[in-house]
Write a protein that binds this ligand. Structure first.
Ligand SMILES: Cc1cc2nc3c(=O)[nH]c(=O)nc-3n(C[C@H](O)[C@H](O)[C@H](O)COP(=O)(O)OP(=O)(O)OC[C@H]3O[C@@H](n4cnc5c(N)ncnc54)[C@H](O)[C@@H]3O)c2cc1C
Length: 426
C-alpha cells in the first residue's frame, strides 16, 4: 500500500553521514523522511520526490553486562537487540515482532511483553544521540538537553535524527510463553474474565488479547484453518510452575481452549514467533485507540465487527499498558496516556493489493463502532496519515503545548515533518 518514490536515498553508515544528509537536505530545500526499520504503517519512513535518510546500515549493539545497559545503533531491529542482549540473559522492553525498527518504535513509546513489569521502551531510555535540523550533534539525557530528552520519549521523529540509543536492560532469559486459542464463540466470556483478571495479574505476565482467524497453513492444525478465534498471547518472565500459577485463576474460569502452545523458550524465540505471519509487502491499514475499560457494550461491538474480518490475517489486539507504565507520571515523558489500560490496534491485513479497499473499509468501520468506548487518543505508532491534528492533540493531551515549545526550539522551520507532525506554529 506504500508506493513512494524518493528522489534520493542516503544510506547512512554513521553519524558523519547523517550530518551530511541533514545538511544536504536542508540546503537543497528537500522534503526529508527518516527511515530506520521501515515498519511505519502509513509509510512515514519514505517520501515522494524528497530525501530519505536511511539509518538501516547503522547497526551494532554493545551490551555492558555490569551496568546492564545496551548502546543500540538506530538501524537495529527488535531482533538485533534481542539477539545481542539474550547472550547476557538480559532484555529491553520493546515490541513483539523481530523485524520492527527499534528507532521508530522507541520514539513513539514502545510496548510489548515486558511492559507490565518494566514499562515502555522510553521508560528504559537513558540517553540518545541526535543530529538536529541545523546539522549539529547533541546527546539528550536527564542531565543533557533535558527538554529534548523529554520530547524524544514519545514525540516521534519530530526533533532530529536519532543515531543511537542507550537502554536500561533487565534480567530476561528463558520465558514461559506462547499463544492459547479458543473458539471465538467464547470470546465474550474470555474478554469479561480477562478485564477482571488483568489488574491483579502478576506483572511478570505479559498477556495481550486478540480477535482474529487461524491462518490456513502450517503450523496451525488443519482442523482450525480459517476459523475465528479469541487468543491470549502469554509471556511469563520466570519459571514454568510460577507462570502456570499466575495464569491459573484466569484459565480455571474459562472453557477448554482449541490449542495451548505455551512452553519454556528463549526470549528471542517468543519475540520472533509471529514474524512468519507478517512478511514485508503486505497490504496494511490500521487504526488504534487507548482503552481504559471494556464494558459489556464495547465487547458486543468488538464481537460484531470481529465477526466480519475481511481476511485471515486481519486482527484486533489489546496490548496491556498497565503496571510499570502507570508508575511513570504522565508529564515525566511526552507519552501522555499513562492512565489507559490497553493500547488497541485494529489491523486490516492481506497479501493481495486488490484487497486494499476492503481491509481499509473494515478497519474504519470496526474503529467507528468501538471508538465511543475508548479514550480519544491513540498510540502514535498505530496511527495512519489521514487521522488529522485533533487526534494527535487528543493523544498528547496536556503534553502537546510543551511538545510545541520543544519543537520550536530544536526544529523551528519544521524540517522534520514527514511524521506524526507536531507543528512549531501550532
Ligand atoms: C508487524 C508490526 C508489529 C509491530 N509491533 C509493535 C509492538 O509490538 N510494539 C510497538 O510499540 N509497536 C509495534 N509496531 C509499530 C511500530 O512501533 C511502528 O510501526 C514504528 O514506526 C516502526 O519503527 P521503524 O523504525 O521500523 O519505522 P520507520 O518506518 O523506519 O520509521 C517510522 C517513523 O519513525 C521516525 N523515525 C524512525 N527512525 C528514526 C530515527 N532514527 N530518528 C528519528 N526519527 C526516526 C520517523 O518519523 C519515521 O517516519 C509494529 C509494527 C508492525 C508493522
Amino acid at each position: 500500500m506504500i508506493d513512494k518514490r524518493p528522489r534520493l536515498i542516503a544510506r547512512c553508515a554513521d553519524v558523519a553521514d547523517v550530518i551530511a544528509a541533514v545538511n544536504f537536505g536542508r540546503d537543497n530545500g528537500l522534503l526529508v523522511a527518516i527511515r530506520s526499520g521501515g515498519h511505519n504503517g502509513p509509510g512515514l519512513g519514505s517520501v515522494d520526490d524528497g530525501l530519505v535518510i536511511d539509518l538501516s546500515p547503522v547497526k551494532g549493539v554493545r551490551v555492558d553486562p555490569t551496568a546492564q545497559t545496551a548502546r543500540v545503533g538506530a538501524g537495529c531491529t527488535q531482533g538485533d537487540l534481542d539477539h545481542a542482549t539474550h547472550a547476557f540473559g538480559l532484555a529491553a522492553p520493546a515490541g513483539i515482532i523481530s523485524t520492527t525498527g527499534i528507532a521508530g518504535l522507541t520514539l513513539s513509546g514502545g510496548h510489548g511483553h515486558l511492559s507490565r513489569k518494566y514499562g515502555l521502551t522510553i521508560d528504559n531510555l537513558i540517553e540518545a544521540d541526535v543530529v538536529l535540523a541545523d546539522g549539529t550533534f547533541v546527546t539528550a539525557s536527564k542531565e543533557k538537553n533535558a527538554d529534548l530528552f523529554w520530547a524524544l520519549r514519545g514525540g516521534g521523529g519530530n526533533f532530529g535524527v536519532v543515531t543511537s540509543f542507550l537502554f536500561q536492560l533487565h534480567p530476561v532469559s528463558i520465558v514461559f510463553a506462547g499463544p492459547i486459542a479458543w473458539d471465538q464463540k467464547h470470546a465474550r466470556t474470555i474478554m469479561q474474565r480477562y478485564r477482571e483478571f488483568l489488574p491483579q495479574a502478576r506483572e511478570e505476565l505479559g498477556l495481550f488479547l486478540g480477535l482474529k482467524k487461524v491462518l490456513s497453513s502450517a503450523p496451525f492444525p488443519e482442523d482450525f484453518w480459517g476459523k475465528r478465534i479469541c487468543l491470549l498471547m502469554c509471556c511469563y518472565n520466570g519459571r514454568e510452575e510460577d507462570g502456570r500459577k499466575a495464569l491459573a485463576p484466569l484459565l480455571g474460569a474459562l472453557p477448554d481452549p482449541w490449542f495451548n502452545w505455551m512452553g519454556m523458550m528463549p526470549y528471542p524465540v517468543v519475540q520472533s514467533m509471529f514474524d512468519g505471519l507478517y512478511p514485508k509487502g503486505m497490504q496494511w491499514y490500521w487504526r488504534g485507540d487507548f482503552v481504559k475499560t471494556l464494558p459489556d457494550e464495547a465487547i458486543d461491538a468488538h464481537l460484531e465487527q470481529a465477526g466480519k474480518t475481511p481476511s485471515e490475517l486481519s486482527l484486533m489486539h489489546l496490548y496491556p499498558i498497565d503496571g510499570a507504565v502507570h508508575r511513570v507520571r504522565k508529564d515525566q515523558t511526552a507519552w501522555n496516556c499513562r492512565y489507559a489500560t490497553w493500547s488497541m490496534v485494529i489491523a486490516g491485513i492481506d497479501p493481495n493489493p486488490q484487497e486494499a479497499g476492503p481491509i481499509t473499509r473494515w478497519t474504519k468501520a470496526y474503529w467507528d463502532a468501538v471508538h465511543p468506548y475508548d479514550l480519544g487518543g491513540a498510540y502514535p505508532n498505530f496511527m495512519m496519515d489521514d487521522e488529522g491534528d485533533a487526534r494527535l492533540k487528543a493523544t498528547y493531551g496536556d503534553n502537546y503545548a510543551r511538545l510545541v515549545t520543544v519543537k520550536k526550539k530544536y526544529d523551528p522551520a519544521n524540517f522534520f515533518r514527514v511524521n506524526q507532525n507536531i507543528q512549531p506554529a501550532a
